[in-house]
Design a protein around this ligand. Structure first.
Ligand SMILES: *C/C=C(C)/C=C/C=C(C)/C=C/C1=C(C)CCCC1(C)C
Length: 237
């Protein structure tokens, strides 16, 4: 492999290429960390940690292909949404697993998953829509599904279950909720930046939709997993 080859793999001057490269690495390392930590936890927490590792592992594989697509002039949209359609429902599973002992049911889980699928499928249509106001209308539908998820975990039935459980469970639930309220809000920003005619000036500072989504994914997939990990560690004491 020549020097030129190496440079195109991790081109520091191209934020899109570089954040995909770093993202692939970070997601792979996080997966190894979660998987290798599994034996130290008892069965109550093991599934949650396993799911944390699956989320980052699925992302690592998609990142590998998205970097390839982005640097060879292709689009990342389809690969991105396939990743999200797999990983976001797994994040819903994390909420369910943490609240299961407090009484969360598979009905709660399926409501969360359905809402997340509506959010993502409408978001995808918004990204590929050529129609006048397509981005606004699909984006609005997606945003409503996002607010519904936020409501369910912050004020709705899942918030009540967490409050009734108290202790480490409530703490972990509240931190994961912050990820949804703040961390997930990064994505609609990326969507707006990616929509032609909206905030086009940010291109000048190297921010484009892929870069913003990559930042969001690093925060949310790795951070979310670490919160679950921390909750599992603290429950051992
Ligand atoms: C690991 C991937 C995650 C956590 C992805 C989350 C994605 C979102 C919360 C996307 C939300 C969107 C809106 C709320 C409106 C515009 C369209 C989306 C799909 C970008």
């Amino acid at each position: 492999m020549t020097i030129t080859n190496l440079i195109t793999i991790a081109d520091l001057s191209d934020p899109v290429n570089f954040t995909f490269f770093l993202g692939t690495m970070a997601m792979t390392a996080a997966s190894a960390f979660f998987f290798l930590s599994l034996p130290q936890f008892d069965s109550k927490w093991r599934t949650s940690i396993l799911v944390s590792g699956l989320i980052t592992f699925i992302a690592a594989v998609h990142y590998y292909y998205m970097r390839e697509a982005a640097t060879s002039g292709g689009v990342t949209t389809e690969i991105r949404y396939i990743d999200w359609i797999l990983t976001v429902p797994l994040m819903c599973v994390e909420f369910y697993l943490i609240l299961k002992a407090a009484g969360a049911t598979t009905k709660h889980l399926s409501t969360l998953i359905w809402a997340s699928l509506v959010m993502l499928v409408t978001g995808y249509f918004g990204e590929v829509s050529e129609a006048a106001h397509g981005a606004e209308l699909w984006g609005l539908a997606s945003g409503l599904a996002y607010f519904y998820i936020a409501w369910l975990i912050k004020f709705g039935p899942l918030a009540k279950l967490a409050a009734s459980a108290g202790g480490a469970v409530e703490k972990a639930h509240n931190t994961l909720t912050l990820f949804v309220l703040i961390g997930w809000a990064i994505y609609p920003l990326g969507y707006m930046i990616g929509t032609d005619g909206w905030y086009d000036f940010v291109d000048g500072i190297g921010l484009n939709m892929d870069v913003v989504y990559n930042i969001g994914d690093a925060v949310n997939k790795i951070g979310f997993g670490l919160v679950v990990y921390a909750a599992a560690v603290s429950s051992k004491k």
